[in-house]
Design a binder for this molecule. Sequence first.
Ligand SMILES: [Zn+2]
Length: 237
Amino acid sequence: MVDFYQKLPKIELHAHLNGSLSNRALEELRELKYGTDRTKEGDDGFYKILNGQLLSLEECFQKFRYAHDLTDRRESLELATKRVVEEFARDNVVYLELRTTPKSTANMSKREYLITVLDVLRKVPEYQPSILVKLLPSIDRSKGVLEGEENVTLAIELAALYPGMIVGLDLSGNPFGTKFDDFVPSLRRARDHGFRLALHCGEFDDEQEVKEMFELGVDRIGHGTFITDIEFRSNAA
Ligand SMILES: [Zn+2]
């Protein structure tokens, strides 16, 4: 059965770059940054979490923190992007929308971050012709409105340099303590520049927020856990 699903051509519309890294890829990135000596960096639980069968929610978040730490420079981000595309292609995904929040680290700016990812994706037709990959830069709600604005500006600028590769804007991140309404002007600006909107919607129980998202218009709904049937029917109509 697994074999059947693997061979079936698929589209993947909800892939976060860091969240799609396989254990093998994480291990490779870890070695790239810290070398092969597993004792050198002390036991911070990396291999324990990697080998864990059932991870708690806290351990899952810890795994994302490792992924962020391991992709904080161009070389490793490049490798991470390549591995994610290769692995989706191996699973016979023929169309992939990849999301990622541009991050500024000690080693690269947000702009360099996105350019690194885009440069890898631009070469995909040469080395992985079976898969078509598009990028959705993300706005991380927990980082605030100004950072979101910055990401939209970057997406607009880079869309001109990488035609046809950036198809939308994603809104994600921890929603608690943030107001969707605050991000609407940035999202509208993105849409005015031709980007589709992929919103993480209904991740917690907030009817009003779901309503506001539908009012703005959403092209891809992320997760949608708390969207009720009634909300969906009345808003999608
Ligand atoms: Zn998501």
